[in-house]
Write a protein that binds this ligand. Structure first.
Ligand SMILES: NC(=O)c1ccc[n+]([C@@H]2O[C@H](COP(=O)([O-])OP(=O)(O)OC[C@H]3O[C@@H](n4cnc5c(N)ncnc54)[C@H](OP(=O)(O)O)[C@@H]3O)[C@@H](O)[C@H]2O)c1
Length: 333
């Protein structure tokens, strides 16, 4: 494979954006690393949080966003795993802020690459690591902790859909929380049995009734802010909320009273930390579970595709309607 010296990569023009494309040097892998020629990469909320979190001038000059993607391994650093992956199509995730997936090439650890079977396309494979792995991790927690039913907040999104799918597979009733009538109607059409709107005036009362009826003792919450308090209030005695996102944009508003009076628990979840704390064997097993899901049951909706030089439009399109599906960045489109 002929690897060029220079490539196109997305960078921040200045703090806070906009995103621009620049010509930069193609990086080369060190021991344990590989160079991936990127085929596709999604825009995820975690990418936007990372872009907004960049704070210093030096970071901006070297920062290439994009946390997950798919592509082909075109160069291997020293080590068995890098050589094993050489020439393979992989799902991959970034390990360094200076080499992200929104570029023609990315250097990453071979341990952060996972070979893709023929049945999984580059596009679907590019979304394999973050959301499907999170959904599988949640069901590890749900089954281990023997929860009988769960609350799935922001259920109309991509991850929300995967949680519904796994709930069906494991026979765990899922209470789906959405924002508006359109989302509620869509979920019901897709066969969801329990759907609530968090914009209804009596939402907390409806939620409390249903959680007690189904004995839903775990709430998954990517919304945060006052929604976390509503979940804490609605759960039965001893229930747990896992906060894993901040879609409301609000960082406070949680009354801790139910933790004190009703023995409830509030935990955080971040996939990267969860994977670090999980044994290698379990991670590989979970990756195979995800691969099976994408091969057989799960197709992630893609609403639009943009070339690298239009990544800012990709983000604007995604933020315009997150429920419509993922937006992909495709080098060379
Ligand atoms: N902690 C981790 O390791 C981890 C891993 C994966 C994902 N996540 C988090 O999981 C969340 C979902 O990710 P995703 O990829 O599924 O996103 P997505 O496909 O863009 O879906 C987001 C969904 O949330 C809805 N939403 C936004 N604000 C809401 C609110 N206040 N109340 C109810 N629904 C709301 C959106 O509806 P509209 O389209 O109407 O706005 C959309 O349906 C994100 O916060 C992401 O950061 C965290």
């Amino acid at each position: 494979m002929n690897i060029p010296e220079m490539m196109q990569a997305v960078q921040l023009e200045k703090m806070g954006g906009p995103l621009v494309t620049r010509t930069v040097r193609v990086p080369h892998p060190k021991t344990g690393e590989v160079l991936v020629k990127i085929s596709a990469s999604p825009v995820n909320p975690s990418d936007l949080a990372r872009i907004n979190g960049i704070s210093d001038e030096q970071d901006i000059n070297s920062f290439i966003p994009g946390l997950e993607g798919s592509g082909t391994v075109v160069e291997a650093g020293k080590g068995i795993l890098p050589r094993l992956w050489l020439g393979k199509r992989v799902a991959c995730s970034a390990i360094s802020p200076s080499s992200g997936t929104w570029a023609e090439y990315m250097v990453t650890s071979a341990g952060y690459c996972f070979p893709l079977p023929k049945k999984i396309s580059d596009e679907q494979g590019s979304m394999l690591l973050v959301n499907p792995m999170t959904a599988v991790a949640f069901f590890d927690i749900i089954l281990n902790d023997k929860h009988k039913a769960i609350i799935n907040s922001a259920a109309a999104g991509a991850l929300g859909g995967m949680i519904r799918l796994l709930g069906n597979k494991h026979n765990i009733p899922v209470i789906n929380v959405v924002k508006n009538d359109l989302q509620a109607q869509k979920l019901r059409q897709d066969g969801a049995r329990y759907v609530l709107k968090n914009t209804d005036a009596d939402y907390t009362d409806q939620l409390r009734l249903l959680t007690h009826k189904l004995n839903a003792t775990l709430a998954l919450d990517p919304i945060s802010g006052s929604h976390t308090r509503q979940l804490l209030e609605a759960l039965p005695y001893g229930g747990t909320v896992i906060v894993y996102g901040q879609l409301s944009g609000i960082d406070q508003g949680t009354s801790l009273r139910p933790l004190v009076l009703e023995n409830k628990k509030l935990h955080g979840f971040y996939l990267a930390n969860w994977m670090k704390e999980t044994s290698m064997i379990k991670t590989v097993l979970n990756l195979y579970r995800v691969r099976q899901l994408l091969k057989n049951d799960l197709t992630i909706t893609v609403q639009n595709r943009f070339p690298l030089e239009k990544t800012q439009s990709a983000i604007d399109t995604y933020l315009g309607n997150m429920t419509a599906g993922k937006v992909l960045v495709i080098p060379g489109l």
